[in-house]
Design a protein around this ligand. Structure first.
Ligand code: SAH
Length: 352
């Protein structure tokens, strides 16, 4: 039993005691479900800060982006606003307020599992409908789906190249700590066929949960029309190495030290999500770097306007603009990718 001794650590240790080493995706799924159900982790007082919590400009520009697409498609009726993992509901507030100015007042659908965050979302959006899974989203009418820092929280699997071939990494309990160990048989995952030539010790990641969810969303958008807009940290080309990380009180911690009390995430594989969307006959736009995308959408002008309207807030607006767009901050690591139904126009934000 790990020394951290939390209820989640105990549940995981008992599961390992019963079943032997468990998949990393099970470890991450159980840890994150416990983590998000218990508290609101966002903001300076919490564990991490997201773009919509940094500035209203982020949600406003997402709202303009959605409105532009909706207007150029000819104002379709019942084009639902759907957000995955809406956190405190801040992005939705800023986006929907802006959309109203363009005459776009969709109904609101949130996909959320955390009771703590659902309560916060309900305070801001009393008319919203909540869904535990995407299966229950409306099955007619275009879906305008937004996901900011959602896919990074979904469980991943890792594989390691060993002299005996590719092995899946499992989580076990050793001397009171959670550690990863290679499974005792060769991996059956399709990536095992593509790993010839990688040095011993190389780690490869997949996220079957993200791929499956993205595939379902892509199928819906292909059939019903609309768009999926994903904003997250990640990579556009296939790569190697572990990107699993944990954050607590704004500091990196060991992902195996305190399951259930730290946010476990991994980088999003945009390359793989783009391929899945294309296989469903969606058009893929980007990914663009967040800083570039926000500038194309007019964040410089919006910041100048906000600073002029409230001079006492000018420094804060400048700081938020810097944090969202600068390459050293969130500007480069975060990517913005859109997948649209074929009959929909090309979205803004992707020049060239
Ligand atoms: N989008 C928000 C919050 C990001 S944190 C923002 O940018 O501020 C991740 C969000 O996804 C939280 O709302 C969390 O409760 C939710 N979440 C995490 N895993 C989930 C899952 N498997 N199903 C549904 N929601 C999930």
């Amino acid at each position: 039993m790990p020394e951290s001794g939390s209820a989640t650590a105990q549940i995981l240790a008992e599961k390992i005691g019963r079943e032997g080493p468990i998949a990393l995706s099970d470890y991450m799924g159980i840890a994150n479900a416990a983590y998000y159900s218990a508290k609101d982790p966002l903001g300076e007082q919490g564990d991490f800060v997201t773009a919509p919590e940094i500035s209203q400009m982020f949600g406003e520009l997402v709202g303009i982006w959605l409105s532009d697409l909706w207007l150029r498609k000819g104002r379709p009726h019942h084009a639902h606003y759907v957000e995955l993992g809406p956190g405190r509901g801040t992005l939705a507030s800023d986006a929907l307020r802006t959309m109203t100015r363009f005459g776009y007042e969709p109904d609101i659908h949130f996909v959320e599992t955390s009771a703590a965050l659902k309560a916060k979302q309900a305070a801001l959006h009393p008319g919203a409908t909540w869904h535990a899974t995407v299966e229950n989203l409306p099955d007619s009418g275009p879906l305008m789906i937004v996901a900011n820092e959602f896919f990074d929280a979904l469980p991943i699997e890792q594989f390691i190249v060993t002299p005996q071939g590719l092995r899946r990494l499992m989580v076990t309990c050793e001397a009171g700590s959670f550690v990863t160990v290679p499974e005792d048989r060769e991996a059956e995952d399709p990536i095992s066929r593509a790993t010839g030539g990688f040095p011993i010790g190389t780690i490869l990641e997949t996220s079957p949960a993200s791929a499956a969810l993205w595939e379902r969303l892509s199928g819906r958008v292909a059939k019903q029309g609309g768009v999926i807009l994903i904003i997250d940290y990640g990579y556009d080309r296939p790569g190697t190495g572990s990107t699993l990380q944990a954050v607590k009180n704004h500091m990196p911690v060991n992902p195996f030290d305190s399951p259930g009390s730290a946010d476990l995430t991994a980088h999003v594989n945009f390359h793989s999500l783009a391929n899945i969307a294309r296989s469903r006959l969606l058009s893929v736009h980007g990914p663009a770097e967040q800083g570039q995308w926000l500038k194309t959408m007019g964040i410089d002008q919006r910041a100048a306007k906000l600073a002029l309207a409230s001079p006492e807030k000018a420094d804060a607006v400048r700081a938020a603009h810097h944090r969202l767009t600068n390459a050293e901050e969130m500007g480069s690591l975060f990517r913005v990718m859109a997948a649209t139904s074929l009959e929909w126009p090309k979205p803004e934000g992707y020049p060239g």
